[in-house]
Design a protein around this ligand. Sequence first.
Ligand code: PLP
Length: 415
Amino acid sequence: MSSDRHRPQAAETDPPDRGFDPESRLRSRAAADLRRDLAPVDRVGPRARTAPDPGGDAPAWDGERLVLASNDYLGLAGDDRLAAAAAETAREVGTGAGASRLVVGDTPAHRALERDLAATKRTERALVFSSGYAANVGTIAALDPDAVFSDALNHASIVDGCRLSGADVEIYDHGDPEALRGAMGQRARDVDTTDESWLVVTDSVFSMDGDVAPLAALCDAADAFGAWTMVDEAHATGLHDGGGGIVQREGLSDRVDVQLGTLSKALGAQGGYVAGSDPLVEHLLNAARSFVFSTGLAPPAAAAAREALRIAREGDRRDRLWNVVSRTREGLEAMGYEVLGGTQILPVLVGDRADAVALADRLHEAGVVAPAIRPPTVPEGTSRIRLAPTAAHTPDDVDRCLAAFEAAGTESGLI
Ligand SMILES: *Cc1c(COP(=O)(O)O)cnc(C)c1O
């Protein structure tokens, strides 16, 4: 039988082509220098090789490289203790949740993790999602605010959550509580807002700048207008006081209404969470569509994240990270590099986009994987190398990294 049998009979006149042309879209992307590729590696951790490509293409690089490009800040994604916790739960509970947690997918692994997350975040309750992305999108839409006041550099999943919520979105200048007050004041003057609900939302640590939002001042501003606050701790959870984030470090657990984050960065697992009051969590498990209409987080991921939270609480893994970070920062600054931020993320400023790409290539040749970040991700003239050391990097690794930066920077005349 011919493979044409599902095709409709040829019409008198052919319909116009209403399909898509992915190839032309790829060409436009390439022309705008926005085309991206997958980055295969053989394993997760501080050092990696490129994975053999089943398609037979030449590997992207030879030999082992030092990976300074992950968000596995505590180096736990390759930790045996997490693997053991995940394996035990896979055998005892299952590899997949099998259904939404509102049907039959709610397991002891989820409950235990949520109890520990709530304790770490010092909230009444917590709820886990299948990713941080899903947590942001589902939560903002379920809160259904009339207006969202959002930092100009907030993560894409916050931006998408704002869009999906249908709220008026007011973008305020990055990290600027006065700009936030200005935006709220403006709206209060322009519209009758007495019945409105407002949400102020910010990352606590910004991925590309490695800087920290002034959370206490943002809370003050939100309070002055009666708005709620939501803080995304994706790049902070696990790294600060008691294994918490910046909200805990700054003593703001009682002032931030919605604490949100991911289990897939410092906690080395997969998934996202929201922590807050009991009614908030109860509302979200009813109304967040990315929770209701999505299979529960895989139980082994929940078990791994819980083990990571335990390790993060102990503290020596965190101490190790901050040691590696300060040694790396000091070494780079001593060579004459300008390093932005004030967290575990070290954005090494280069300036020109072509120079940043050339530096990343040279580092790669020298065995260091760290991406060049350029416009439109960051403003023109502020292209940079984003360096993310982890607790799994050894003093030798730090020396290797610094030597590569010294050689590459000297060759290209940057230092
Ligand atoms: C990575 C990230 C997310 C998404 O988390 P995933 O678990 O990777 O989906 C959300 N918010 C911020 C600020 C992030 O950096």
